[in-house]
Design a protein around this ligand. Structure first.
Ligand code: SAM
Length: 317
């Protein structure tokens, strides 16, 4: 764990954000909270002991980090969690980010359960997109996997987002024995709505995530099953627009679909070469890779009276 760099190195010039492989980082994911209102059976979020409040970055500290990242070439910020809308003041934070950075691409990843009342505000902020996590279209299964009977709320929010013209992507964790029998529902949704419906391979993310070989549903198997339902055509790298998903256009019985299918394959096919993102946890740790537990603690430097954001820049660069 890297804490604070030597003082001398703080004086060197600072360039754009590059990782150890010479890739320029254009995209950061910032977790605004580790808390979540759902208890998804496969997820670590909300299951572990929570980070003490005083250790979680204040919004002003997150704003400083975003300002710094933009200064270093970052163009896109994704706010995630835990559940971002579960943290008080989240929409005000988005408003301040937008006011400070009119051209910034700001996206949110959410479970959609607390989103509804905020959609008009998100529209006026000019939120660039919402990624919404939804693993099933069945209300009883939704309650079983998340621990909460909130499917109708999520479904209403999806409609309201589209109505408001806020671009939407759906993310479903692909689990054999849980949602492999719902392929037609997911494909049907993508055919009828201008939404990328993306399956994420189930990742064994440590204790409590209940990952087993038997419930792993690989992208190859998903693709084979999709081909039995609709015609698909792979889209090019450019059409992926730097995202982690392999994308496919769909043609159903009534013609071309409005939306697309995406496959995110952290296990069967790493997307490291195309990865241009850094992650910052809600307590201010910088992580360079989803599969690497090493982290660089930024919070202590950020809060240090003589170090502050300049020292953080040095750690990051
Ligand atoms: N609460 C927000 C949400 O539900 O989108 C943001 C946080 S959630 C941890 C981010 C994404 O990680 C969700 O799409 C979730 O489904 C996915 N996820 C969590 N655990 C996973 C696992 N073991 N394998 C694959 N994806 C996982």
């Amino acid at each position: 764990m890297n804490e604070i760099p030597p003082f001398a190195s703080l004086c060197a010039p600072i360039g754009p954000l590059e990782d150890g492989h010479g890739r320029t980082v254009r995209y950061i994911r910032l977790s605004v909270t580790d808390r979540c209102n759902l208890r998804c059976a496969y997820c670590r979020s909300g299951m572990e002991t929570f980070i003490p409040h005083e250790s979680v970055l204040r919004y002003e500290e997150m704003e400083q980090l975003v300002d710094m990242a933009i200064d270093m070439g970052v163009e896109k910020v994704r706010l995630t969690g835990g559940e971002p809308f579960a943290r008080k003041g989240f929409v005000d934070f988005l408003e301040r980010l937008r006011a400070a950075h009119p051209a910034l691409d700001i996206r949110v990843t959410t479970n959609g359960t607390l989103l509804g009342p905020h959609i008009p505000a998100l529209k006026s902020i000019g939120l660039n997109a919402v990624n919404l996590s939804l693993d099933t279209f069945d209300r009883a299964k939704f309650e079983r996997i998340t621990g909460r009977d909130l499917f109708p709320r999520v479904r209403e929010s999806m409609d309201a987002l589209l109505e408001a013209g806020i671009p939407l992507k759906l993310n479903a964790v692909a689990m054999r024995g849980f949602n492999d029998d719902e392929l037609s529902a997911f494909i049907g949704y993508a055919l009828a709505h201008p939404v990328d419906v993306r399956f994420i391979e189930f990742m064994p993310m440590g204790e409590g995530t209940r990952w087993t070989d038997a419930c792993f549903w690989s992208a190859t198997d998903i693709l084979a099953a999709v081909r039995e339902v609709v015609d698909i055509r792979p889209l090019s790298e450019e059409q992926r627009n730097g995202g982690p998903a392999r994308l496919y256009a769909l043609t159903g019985p009534d013609g071309p679909g409005l939306g697309r299918l995406g496959l995110i394959t952290p296990l069967s096919n790493h997307f490291c070469a195309a990865c241009n993102r850094l992650r910052i946890t809600s307590d201010g740790a910088l992580r360079t890779c989803l599969f690497d537990d090493r982290e660089y603690r930024l919070r202590n430097a950020l809060r240090h009276p003589r170090l502050g954001i300049r020292a953080v820049r040095r750690i990051v660069s």
